[in-house]
Write a protein that binds this ligand. Structure first.
Ligand code: ZN
Length: 200
């Protein structure tokens, strides 16, 4: 049974770290299952390992079918999955064109903004959860998701891909939300440290 993991919020230092390549795949299938479950629960399109506190180079992502009718908050996202991706040690080996679409991030819940500069098309080489080498060519929305998630592996959040003026506007507009995320991130780390201390 897959497990829903706590999602790390903006302000957690793990989101700023450059994640390490995965070398041992023995725990990756289970981690990927848990990350997918966490992503569905949070109704996301992608989730990178640092967002669940694991500084390793992998992410999960999903493409969904269009919802035909108005869905309630309980509507099961899994029933709309068109394609799931688990990408370990992903590297973009080709990029072309430019685009900018509205992006959000599960580590900055509720905040959305357009303006991050993204490539329109990418080719990504990666390993699947078992270590098999794969290649995917993506464009449009999926290409943005892949770039957003790979950025997480390098400690970069989407607003950092905006030109300086737009980035500043985003930070100013969401100052209170960002401060609240930072408070919650610190509280989570304190609780976690206390839990680990007790377990010892
Ligand atoms: Zn994100």
């Amino acid at each position: 049974m897959a497990q829903v993991l706590p999602i790390r919020l903006y302000g957690d230092p793990v989101l700023k770290k450059k994640a390490l390549p995965v070398q041992d795949f023995s725990s990756i299938p289970e981690l990927a299952e848990n990350m997918l479950e966490t992503m569905f629960e949070a109704r996301g399109v992608g989730l990178a390992a640092p967002q669940v506190g694991i500084s390793q180079r992998l992410f999960v992502a999903a493409e969904y079918l269009e919802d035909e009718e108005e869905e309630g908050p309980e509507a099961d996202l899994k029933s709309r999955v068109k394609e799931l991706y688990v990408m370990v040690n992903p590297v973009i080996t080709y990029r072309s064109g430019q685009q900018s679409i509205t992006e959000g991030c599960l580590s900055l819940p509720g905040l959305y903004a357009e303006g991050a500069r993204r490539d329109l098309q990418v080719r990504v080489e990666y390993q699947d959860e078992k270590g098999q080498q794969k290649t995917l060519e993506a464009e449009g929305y999926l290409a943005v998701v892949i770039q957003h998630e790979i950025d997480h592996l390098d400690g970069i959040l989407f607003f950092q891909r905006m030109p300086p003026a737009e980035r500043q506007k985003f930070l100013d507009e969401h100052r209170e939300d960002l401060a609240e995320f930072q408070r919650q991130a610190k509280a989570f780390l304190r609780e976690e440290a206390a839990r680990l201390g007790q377990a010892r």
